[in-house]
Design a protein around this ligand. Sequence first.
Ligand code: SAM
Length: 218
Amino acid sequence: MRALVAEAAGAREDASASELRAFGRRLVLRRLPLCSEIRLWLLGDDIDLEADCDSLQDQQLPPYWAFCWGSGQALARFLLDHPGQVRSRRVVDFGAGCAVAAIAAALAGARSVWAVDSDPAARRAARVNAATNGVEIEVANCLPSDWDVLLASDVLYEPANRDRLLDLCAPDRRVIVGDPERPTAPQLNAELLARMDVRTLPDVDSPVRSAAVFLLVR
Ligand SMILES: C[S@@+](CC[C@H](N)C(=O)[O-])C[C@H]1O[C@@H](n2cnc3c(N)ncnc32)[C@H](O)[C@@H]1O
């Protein structure tokens, strides 16, 4: 991965970061407790998710990208500790949100990284967060055709995503999932790769306190 030239990228990144808004608030640059290598533009701790979601207009999506979900941090930590999982591979982060897993894959030496999210605001945040961390990623609203490893963290709350991920498993492709194992999570045929203590940042996901990283098996 080509790191952006620090000074020039820094100026661009700060300009774009100041334009990101979630629940009408500006974001703050936060270092992740579980992945101190990564800093992301996220909401501060003064958040009341329920009240703030109630204040959204009908068509407005909750800004999930303004949080770094616990299972995303677990997946990122796993990749940083096991770079061989993605090194020299074409990687997709599906449901990227803040793009924590995409950024970790880039830092771990992936050949190329796509951050895929259906929310345009998430795609803007992914670009800014990548620049902040000095890595290049592509963003898109749907999957590219060519990839080797697909990452997905905290996307199984959407029931259709389970089948979508299963359909993407193939002999020459790996689907690695980070999941907070909520009681409502679907049962999946999977090989456990890691389980770790996590906190969403800012922490709106109580009582989730741990997350699993697993290889999906069809
Ligand atoms: C809970 S957030 C998790 C974000 C990030 N992966 C993390 O761990 O911090 C889920 C994200 O997945 C995106 N998402 C969910 N279903 C999707 C789909 N079918 N296609 C694209 N994006 C999707 C949402 O827009 C949201 O940004």
